[in-house]
Design a protein around this ligand. Structure first.
Ligand code: 5AD
Ligand code: SF4
Length: 474
């Protein structure tokens, strides 16, 4: 079998050659165009929005090949796990699921089980799969989703296990079909990969180098989404603020954001930002256009400069506060969220207290908080660590108390106010309860006689909880 296996060493390489835009790599030969006809597929997605978006591509390809996507893993002819590698617990969940799926494979040997996404890019994971998990028939990576028709064909005709993972820097591939799961909100990729190499992070290895889509391709996609009735788009990248650097654009993200705003699509969001590349101009553009939502997710990771340095983050807490101060000055109603890691190797109690202090300064609307998880192949995983797991857990719960405290206070500020909500759905239990998000990204559950999914309506806030608001349509 001609398997192509991942290599973290190759995945680390970065050359200066310009991003290549490939428009004809995806194809489906006539002989395999109906390979999925009469067959069903269950696709399960773990991890971040990049994976969600990749799953829409995978579903688009499968539908093109005749497969029907279903929600039931028990009866599916094919099961695909689109995996996340960010922390060990994300991987443990996937291995648990692979173990669980073995019973189906034993019952129905013709079942195809595939694994893709970020875990597929790790050599340790692939070694384990080769050794211990014969139930996996196909592995493909984050760079070769476009090869899915050919890989599936190979698995089906040879009935042998196929592993194809590229650890190259990657290119931008346009023209792959997409099956969007939601019909009024869409993810739009703007930049793939990451060059930051934060010392704890596996993403630069699993997703390749930073490479941007052409501005014209992005604007075309957004305009088409708008024409098709989409109300909200989220510009996606591991680090959106680096958009266009590889194409020679100056402050490409601000330029792109402005161009997207000028399409007049109703709501624009973007994620994830990195303080390193973040410019003041981005805040000014956010302020200038009503359709750019007043919400910023800006991961800080730690409130201590020495830890930030060890993490390879390349900004200081002073700079982070400067961005926050400017944001609040220019867009006072802007909501603000972050990511924080506690228990980085050798983090002292004082250094952790600096994180708490920063939290009090920024009073975040929300924060995703994590215990540091060593990732094989990253520099931080080589560091000795004198902090016990118990201490890490204690720090996490102290921090989480603060997170809850400010989340509640921030939500209480909405009481008795009227907000614009994009209606996402209807409660399963009560046909008069709907849900959606405010411009500032607050989840609202509200009562209404009727509310159409995909419309933007006024809701009066009547109750504030820690993680959501309650209200009624007015
Ligand atoms: N351990 C714990 N958290 C991590 N993150 C990234 N890598 C790790 C790791 N090794 C967190 C960061 C990042 C978020 C997506 O996940 O906070 O912003
Ligand atoms: Fe997980 Fe990161 Fe991969 Fe997203 S890019 S799936 S968060 S490892």
């Amino acid at each position: 079998m001609d398997n192509k296996l991942p290599s973290l060493i190759n995945a680390k390489k970065r050359s200066i050659h310009e991003t290549e835009i490939q428009r004809d790599l995806f194809y489906v030969d006539e002989k395999i165009a109906n390979l999925g006809s009469g067959k069903t597929c269950y696709l399960r997605t773990y991890g971040c929005q990049a994976n969600e978006r990749d799953s829409e591509t995978i579903a688009g390809i499968l539908k093109r090949m005749g497969f029907t996507m279903i929600d039931d893993e028990k009866t599916a002819d094919m099961i695909i796990l689109n995996t996340c590698a960010i922390r060990k617990n994300a991987e443990d969940k996937v291995f648990g699921e692979i173990g669980y799926l073995k019973q189906y494979k034993d019952q129905r040997p013709e079942l195809i089980i595939a694994l893709c996404g970020c875990m597929a890019q790790e050599e340790a994971v692939i070694d384990l799969i080769i050794d211990k998990y014969p139930q996996i028939d196909l592995v493909f990576g984050t760079h070769n989703i476009y090869r899915l028709p050919q890989l599936l064909h190979q698995v089906m005709i040879t009935q042998e296990r196929v592993i194809e993972v590229f650890s190259k820097e990657g290119e931008v591939i346009e023209g792959i079909p997409t099956d969007r799961f939601i019909k009024h909100k869409a993810w739009v990729n703007i930049i793939y990969g990451c060059n930051k190499f934060c010392t704890y992070c596996i993403v630069p290895y699993t997703r390749g180098k930073e490479r941007s889509r052409l501005l014209s391709d992005i604007i075309k996609e957004v305009s088409e989404l708008k024409e098709n009735g989409y109300k909200e788009i989220t510009l996606l990248g591991q680090n959106v603020n680096a958009y266009g650097k590889d194409l020679g654009y100056q402050d490409g993200f601000s330029r792109l954001l402005e161009a997207v705003a000028q399409t007049n699509i109703e709501r624009i969001r973007f994620t994830t930002s990195h303080p390193w590349d973040f410019t003041d101009e981005t805040i000014d553009i956010m302020a200038r256009y009503d359709n750019i939502m007043p919400f910023l997710h800006l991961p800080v990771q730690s409130g201590n400069n020495e830890i930030l340095k060890l993490m390879g983050r390349r900004y200081t807490i002073e700079r982070y506060k400067e961005i926050y101060d400017r944001l609040k000055k220019v867009i006072p109603n802007c909501s603000f969220s972050t990511d924080i890691i506690v228990g980085f190797p050798n983090e002292t109690e004082e250094q952790f207290n600096d994180t708490l202090e920063l939290y009090d300064y920024c009073q975040f609307d929300n924060a995703y908080t994590f215990i540091y998880s060593p990732r094989e192949g990253t520099p931080a995983a080589q560091m000795e660590d004198n902090v016990s797991y118990q201490d890490k857990q204690r720090r996490l719960s102290i921090l989480n108390e603060k997170v809850d405290h400010y989340a509640k206070i921030k939500n209480e500020a909405y009481l008795n106010k009227t907000v614009k909500v994009l209606v996402d759905g209807l409660s399963k239990k009560n046909k008069n309860v709907f849900s959606g998000y405010t411009q500032t990204n607050k989840l609202v559950n509200f009562i209404a006689d009727e509310a159409k999914i995909g419309t933007i309506i006024d809701v009066l806030i009547t109750d504030a909880k820690t993680w959501s608001l309650n209200g009624k349509r007015i």
